[in-house]
Structures are given as structure tokens and as C-alpha cells.
Design a protein around this ligand. Sequence first.
Ligand code: C2E
Ligand code: CA
Ligand code: CA
Length: 703
Amino acid sequence: MAERGLHVLNGHEENGIEASRSSFGVRWVALGIAAIYGFLGVLWIGFSDQFVARLGLTTEQATRVQQYKGWGYVIVTAVLLYLLLRYTLRQLDQSMRALRRSRDRLESVNRLYRMVRAIKGAMLRGDNPDLLFEETCRVAVAEGGYLLAWVAMWDPDRRRLRTVAHAGAGETLVRNRVIGADELPADSPVTRALQRGKPVFDNRCRDDPILDGTDGGGGVPGYAAAAAIPIAGNGRAAGCLAVYSTRPRAFDRDEARLLVEIGEVIAAAAGRRHSGQSSSPERDRITALPTRSVLEQEAAQAVARAHRRGEHAALMVLDIDGFRRINDTLGRAAGDRILQLVSGMLSGAVQPGDVVGRLGNDEFAIVLGDLADSDRVAMAVDRIAQCFPQRVSIDDDEVFVSVSMGVAVFPADAGDAEELFACAELAQHSNPTDARGQIAYYEPVLNEHARRQRELESALRGARPDEAFHLEWQPIVEVASGRLVGAEALLRWNDPRLGNIPPDVFIPLAELSGQIIGIGHWVLAEVIRQGQAWAATGMPLSIHANVSLLQLQHDGFVGALAELLRHRTRDDWQLVIEITESQLMADSDATAQSCREIRKLGCRIDLDDFGTGYSALSYLTRLPLDGLKLDRSFVIRAERDRDMKLVVEQVIVMAQRLGLTVTAEGVETRKHLDLLRRFGCQHAQGYLFGRPQPARELEADWR
Ligand code: C2E
Ligand code: CA
Ligand code: CA
């Protein structure tokens, strides 16, 4: 469609150029005439009087000459004025005509768009081929503005052509027509199209002999152009769609192309009848949009078309931001309503010919076809992106709906429809999980990243916690005294083949696969064992363990922790559970409840990475917390920025007033430490005091 859109644009551009050219011309003509007028006036006044004076005329003669002079001046200027007006009016007329031409063009393109959309709609509704043929003819006349449209199918056994659908003027002539092979008039566009298997556009056809009335009627009057589009089947023309237009030279390149496209659509439907396939494609129950399998077919068609024409096709995969949260807080019905609203928004934003579908859950996809160049891809994507965020009301709640999307383009990113889906989905999944309204275009590095993730996932699946993992310990010290007060357990994975994988990389994967439950349980068991052992050797410490939200939300978590803690024989050491700020905010009510139960078991809860999320301090009072761990970025910014320094200081003071122990993370330099001391921060952790290290090294360093 975009290329056709391009033509429309070109129409505007041409007019724009013409308009500016004519206003340019008008200015110069006006200036020129004014200049000539001025020049003549000056000459006239300046020299004619002198000239008259030289003639030595009597006063009476001189007065008469003066009078003629005046008349002469008026006549010359009137002629000039006439020329000027004629010139500009002619220019105006020309640009009006150009404008009208492009308006007609625009209307005709719009008309054709409506037609293609209606026909594709019928196709997607799964109308059976006969209904689809009827609908095609009806739409061609009603929307496409053709005088007459009819479809006839070729019966190879009986070697005859039979009308199967028709609409418009003179349809009585084609209704129920059966024409034997030898009766087909050789010079009818229909016959030519059937014989050659190629579309025939006759822009001068005023008399198609196939329409000459067999029952005495005189044919269909008043058409000026005819087109016959073969309907392919098994590689041969299985039938023909014929349309007649009253507009002379109606079938230009764009219109011809659209008709060929319609021929392809109805051929596909006819083909399905032949092969006995169901003609009703699947529809999504909630949104009534086409499902994944239909979209895959559409994408394949768009790719084939783009390939043939040397154009582009694109696939967008869209995901509603925070949909789970909407579902959880407002309920399933509200979730369904959002899906329907988004379906409507997307359907309204696409251009005719593009196909919107639902892939499942909160995922939608759009097949964008007929994109003349890569700029068109970006324009189409932007147009859809601009619909969001949108505020919608669900019962009494207001929700801001936004989507994040991934885009892949044929042929740049993918060679076929299947690859196009894979790439667009990869791009979509590359958006950060908490992002809103992000657009990610597919990049080859994503593929590399995905390959690496798959490799890691499979290695992780094969890893047994007690063999593949171990813990390192990072000291936590008291700022005032420099004394060791605790240690944080940090998980390490050393794969024999892939080497050391950082926790930032493998923990999200373990969360995705659910393995985090087993691994996390192993960590807690190890942590408790180590806490006991250190306390027994005279190092009673606060032992910090990181727990992911998924673990916390797991039903058995509190019970399993209680079970592990039953083996605890000493209570002179403390278990501290760290939960990151962003995770705690994500699902605060349920997690707050788990936190309360954990505290009942005698553990402390610290909020990890504080300052990376958006929690207000006041919010913290509502959560059952014992401590705050200030994120590394907080400390670094406090050192650089005076305002930030004030903020950090205030946070520390307020947190302590709320009874929370504040631990600063990522303390690397003396300067950091001095700053924290001035702020009155109680605890600190960072490379300045020690890197994460094996338990034995920590003992040796700090005993
Ligand atoms: P975290 O809980 O914020 O842990 C602190 C991270 O900061 C550690 O990275 C540590 O090595 C690093 N770090 C400590 N001091 C400094 C410093 O002075 N400068 C700098 N630049 N970095 C410092 P690590 O070990 O790579 O762990 C990354 C994250 O992985 C942890 O962040 C934590 O969120 C997660 N993680 C680690 N172990 C576990 C675990 O057993 N379970 C869960 N769920 N998550 C874990
Ligand atoms: Ca931590
Ligand atoms: Ca942290």
C-alpha cells in the first residue's frame, strides 16, 4: 500500500512545486509589470512634456496633445494590466486543474483501498468462495465505483465458462451465463485473460463483445475501459474477474496492481475450496482478531509479494505493558476488556492491507505489507506507536495502556515469514521487562544474544546446585569502628565449558525456568550452615542472603525456611533476607505478608538496591523492614553532585528515624567512607573492605 501512498504523496509534491513555481512567476511578473509601468510613467511625464514644449505648439494645441497623451497612457497601462491578469489567471487555472487531478487520484486510491479492505475482510471472515465472489463484485461496484463486475469460472471437463457472481449495471447480461469454449469471442478481454493466464487492461474498451446481449439486449452502455483478471488455480486460469469502468483510462498502474492483488486473494479462497480445506480461518475468541496461524499465512503472502515487487514487508510484535498487573489488580474481565480495546486501537491505526492479529496472552502482531522502502517501515511503526499511551476507563478505574514492540523487516532481517516472526519476537523480548512504550528493531546481535541465552539455559538445566554452584562472601563493616558485623552471600556459577557466569546473567534465567526455587533453597541451606559454623568459631555475624521475588512468592517458601531454621542450634547470629526494591514494589501486598512471616521466624529483612526503584520513603513505613541497602549508584552520585549529597544524607537520617539500619553498598574509596561517616550511615560494604571471597579467606582476613 505504501507505494501507492507514495504516488498520492507525489501528487501533493508536484502540486506543491507547481504552486510555488506559479507564485514565484506571479511575483516576478507583477514586479516586472510594475517596473515597466513605473519606467514608462517616468519617461512619459519626464520626456513627453519636454517634447511637447519643443514642438512650439499653441496653448490650445498643447492642451489637446496633453489630452491624447493621457489617453495613450491609460491605453498602454490597460493593455499591460490585461496581459498580467491573463497570465496569472491562466497559471491559477493550471494549478487548480492539477489539484483537481490529484484529488481525483486520491479519491480513486481511497476507493480502491476500501475495496481491497472489504474483500480481504470477507476473505478473513472465512466466507466460502461463492460468497466471496459475490462480495467481491458487490464491493467492486459499491466501493470501487465500477459500472459492472462479474466473476466466471472455467469448467475444464465441459470446456465452458460459467458466471458465478455479478453486480452492477447490465448484470442481467451476465447472470447465469454459460459460454462454451467455441463461443468465446476472441477479442474480448475476458477471453484474452483466460487464454494467456495474464491480466488484460483495455483502457479504450467501449465494447466488450462478450457483453453483447445474447437475448437481444444491446450490451452494457457507457463504459470506457475494461479489465479482466485471471483467477489462478493449479497453475492455470481457473476463472476470471472482469470489471468495467466509466472513467476513460481508468486502469493505471496502481489500479491495475490492486486488481491483480484482489485476483490473488480470491484465487487463494477458490484454491481452498478445491483442496477441501476449511475456509474459515481461526479467530481469537476475545478480540475476534485473526490468530497466529492466520497471521503466519498473511506474513508469508506479504513476504512473497514484497519479494516479487522488490519491496519490504515488516512484522510488529506488540506486548501490553504491565498487563499481568492489570489482570491481577482489576480482574480477568478488565483484562479482557483491555485486550479488546487494544485490538480496536491497533485495527484503527493500521492501513488497509495491513493485518492485525492476536498471538496469545497480551501479545499482538501486525503484518505490514507493501512498504516501498525502509523509511516507510519506520513511518508505519511510528504511526502505530503514536496511538499509545492511551487512557482508558474500566468501570471506575482509569488505566494508561501502552505497548512495547519488536519490529523485524523483510528482506533486511529475515528471508521468510517464519524467520520474520522469530526476529520480531526476539526484538520484542529484548525490551526491558519494566519498559513502557518501547520500540525495538531487530538487530543481528539479538540473535547472537538469544543463541548465548539458549546455551546458558541448557547448561543451567544440567547444573546441580551442590556441584555447579558455590557461595562467596563479602564483608559488611560498621562505619564508625571499621569492625566486621556481617557478610553477604553471593552466588557463583562455574560451568566446566562456559566458565564463570555472573549472577546478573544466570539468575534471571533461573527465574525464567523456575530453577531459582531449587537453587535458592540450596543457597539458604548453605547460608544457615555457614552462619552456624562461624558463630561456633567465635564469629557471630549477620549473614545476608539474597532472595528473589519468585522464591518469596512460592507457596512453600516460608515453610521451607522454617524447616531449614529448625536445625539452627545457636541464636547468637542473625539471618538477613535481602529483597530488591523493584521486586518488592512489584507485588507489595503479598510480599509484605511473606515478609511478616519471615520476621516471625527471627530473620531480618533488608531492602536491597534502594534508590534504583521509585519508592518514596513514606512507603517504607508500610513494609515490614529492618534495613535499607543503599545502591552503589546512590553513593557514587552523592560524591559527584551536591544536591544528591543532600538527598542521600536525608535518606539516611530519615531511614534511621524509621528504625532502619542503613548499609551503603559499593564503597570503593576512602572518600566514600568519609562521606558516609559524615552522613551517620551505620554499615558499609564494598571493595574498600573486601571483595566477595571464599568463606575461609574471609575468616583469615577478619578473625
Ligand atoms: P547485590 O545483591 O546488589 O550484590 C552486590 C553486588 O555488588 C555483587 O555483585 C558484588 O560483587 C558487587 N559489589 C560489591 N561491592 C562492590 C564495589 O565496591 N564496587 C562494585 N563495582 N561492585 C561491588 P555480584 O556478586 O555480581 O551479584 C550481582 C547480583 O546478583 C546481586 O546484587 C544480587 O542481586 C544477585 N545475586 C547474587 N547472589 C544471589 C543469590 O544467591 N540469590 C539471588 N536471588 N540473587 C543473587
Ligand atoms: Ca544483595
Ligand atoms: Ca544491592
